[in-house]
Design a protein around this ligand. Structure first.
Ligand code: ADP
Length: 602
């Protein structure tokens, strides 16, 4: 046995690896099983190229509690002494790249995993000593034994291995003894290695790992296989709405299956349910640094060796591959949605509540995505139909879209319907932002039905505009009375003759200011500073209640005042503008008004 020094530039690299390279100790198993997989893949490639090589291709992980060791053995390509010196002793000199350059695999299925570079040395995160016993596939090679206790000294000499392959033995350090539990290692293998291509045995028992469905060509996958795969990954979910199977070779490599789920988590939870793999090796549960936010709703797996690992988010966002990758996914999903819309329109409409948020967020976050899905963005209308804004504008004579922020019926909505005006329903919180976006894109104006009094709703023939002795109209007098009754400086009050008699009053909020407020609430939540859009209270001089107030104001001014306040509160209520803390006050005030009115009757 000879003593030798690890050939690296810094003598202190091992403590660095141990402490800083990977924040997560668990990944040592991913690295070592990946190395074993690469070694087996190399054998398979040589066999495919006609070399006569026999024996099972498999990986055995064995835990020895007594000796406090974990052993990872493979029947792969093995290493000669020279190779151990070169590939193991020269840290960060990755043999994988050299191999690929020498024997280009015919088939990407044989892709070599090892490009993490320092993978083997991750063993030192949990081991105080690592030994390698290896024997190369080359004829007449002899077993080589290498041992290193984590300092920069190592020993190398004759090994004991009688068959081709490599055995890595980790002598666990005292802080890592939890890895001697079979259950723990099984869980880790299941997390990182379920889709690895060679059988893995843990203490002699098969892990049951198999090739992932995304490796199969789309044409060969059945619907049942996709659904089974989904259930395997997300056992508690109902079946997904649809899925896209990704398979790109150029100019970047991407495989995977993304499912559009039937149920969503709350949108603000930014956790991703897209698992990220690199050549079938599980890397992360979280794709949120790689894909745009709106895609976080999707579930499934993407597998790409072209995503740089262990780099910062800001780097990822400018990385060319990562950008192309998310734009490819966006395109695939847009195409799939488009087919869904064209071929199964009814189902599409039925699933709208599931699709809506994804589509709308995507439109707001990704201009290109908007161009692709603009005709798929549909709205329910007061006629009970579904329409796109483009179609709506084609039907309308003006460049104006009337919309309501709720899809509930109301006397105001009825008034518009009576005037044969079509109203779009835009009840989702994100719609405010979307409407501003569409106004710019389509050069049109969205007019919220309670955002101003549309001239078509005024019935000029019944206007109460006769002047009295003081030169005031009847309308102006009732407006004056209500102004005094409500006593709100900031509130404009107007009396109008509306086309329908049913609605006593209408509270109009300045559209621009209200959008600003809604936008601040959406982006800043509860921390948004209170902001009150300008309000105009329009009373309907054709309504019975308003006419009663006009009559009562001389005889019963107190009751008339209470009624005016009551109507104002009801308008606030119907606009959802009552502050939550104010609801109880409104209720007790309404009760008092009823009491006072009923007292007049008996
Ligand atoms: P990487 O896997 O990124 O290339 P590693 O430090 O994990 O880097 O491994 C360095 C090299 O050591 C590998 O590229 C390979 O040539 C060799 N090696 C590691 N483990 C094995 C193994 N189980 N069988 C054969 N060769 C191996």
């Amino acid at each position: 046995m000879r003593r030798n020094q690890l050939s690296i530039h810094s003598e202190n690299i091992l403590p660095i690896i141990k402490k800083w390279l990977y924040s997560d100790k668990d990944i040592f198993i991913r690295e070592l099983v990946s190395n074993a997989t690469d070694a087996l893949n190399k054998i398979r490639i040589l066999r495919d190229q006609g070399q006569s090589i026999d024996g099972n291709l498999e990986i055995a992980v064995t835990i020895d509690k007594k000796r406090k060791t974990i052993q990872i053995a493979d029947s792969g390509i093995g290493m000669t002494e020279e190779e151990v010196e070169k590939y193991i002793a020269q840290i960060a000199f990755s043999g994988a790249e050299e191999f690929v350059a020498k024997y280009k695999p015919k088939d990407e299925k044989e892709a070599i995993i090892g490009h993490f570079g320092l993978g083997f040395y991750s063993a030192y995160m949990i081991a105080s000593k690592v030994e390698i016993d290896t024997r190369s596939y080359l004829p007449d090679s002899e077993a080589v034994f290498w041992s290193c206790d984590g300092t920069s000294d190592y020993s190398i000499g004759a090994g004991a291995r009688s068959i081709r392959g490599t055995e890595i033995t980790l002598h666990l350090d005292d802080e890592s003894l939890e890895y001697l539990e079979e259950a723990k290692i099984r869980e880790l293998l299941q997390r990182y290695c379920t889709f690895m291509p060679f059988p893995i045995l843990l203490n002699g028992k098969p892990l049951g790992n198999k090739a992932p469905l995304w490796m199969k060509s789309t044409a060969d996958c059945t619907e049942k296989e996709y659904l089974d795969f989904y259930r395997q990954m997300f056992p508690l979910d109902p079946n997904p709405l649809f899925w896209v199977h990704l398979n790109v070779d150029y100019p970047f490599n991407l495989k995977g299956i993304l499912f559009f789920p039937k149920i969503h988590r709350r949108f603000d939870s930014q956790e991703s349910t897209i698992k990220l793999f690199c050549n079938r090796v599980f890397v992360s549960d979280n794709c949120k640094d790689i894909l745009p936010d709106y895609m976080m709703i999707l579930r499934g797996a993407i597998d790409s060796p072209d995503i740089p690992l262990n780099v910062s988010r800001s780097y990822l966002q400018v990385d060319q591959n990562v950008r192309q990758l998310s734009s490819h996914i966006a395109k695939k999903i847009a195409d799939r949605l488009s087919t869904y819309f064209k071929t199964e329109k009814e189902k599409y409409v039925d699933s709208w509540s599931e699709i809506e948020m994804f589509l709308k967020l995507g439109i707001l976050q990704d201009e290109k995505f908007y161009e692709r899905v603009r005709d798929l963005l549909i709205w329910k209308t007061s006629d009970g139909n579904w329409t796109t804004v483009g179609e709506y504008l084609e039907r309308s004579s003006e460049k104006k879209v009337y919309y309501s922020s709720t899809d509930r019926d109301s006397p105001l909505l009825q008034m518009y319907k009576e005037k044969k005006l079509e109203i779009l329903f835009a009840p989702s919180p994100i719609d405010t932002a979307l409407i501003s976006f569409l106004e710019e894109k389509l050069s049109c104006k969205f007019q919220r039905i309670d955002g101003s009094l549309d001239p078509s709703l005024v019935d000029a023939s019944r206007e109460k505009n006769l002047l009295d002795a003081d030169g005031k109209t009847e309308a102006a007098r009732i407006a004056d009375f209500i102004r005094t009754a409500l006593d709100k400086q900031e509130l404009e009050i107007e009396a109008k003759s509306l086309s329908s008699d049913r609605l006593p009053a209408l509270l109009v909020l300045d559209e621009t200011q209200r959008r600003l407020r809604d936008y601040m609430a959406l982006t800043q939540g509860k921390s948004a500073a209170p902001y009150h859009p300008k309000k105009t209270f329009i009373i309907n001089t054709n309504n019975k209640l308003i006419q009663t107030i006009a009559k009562l104001k001389e005889k019963q001014p107190d009751v008339a005042k209470e009624m005016a306040k009551g109507i104002y509160d009801l308008s606030l209520l119907s606009q959802r503008e009552v502050e939550p803390g104010d609801i109880d006050r409104v209720i007790s005030q309404q009760t008092e008004i009823l009491e006072k009115l009923s007292a007049l009757l008996v």
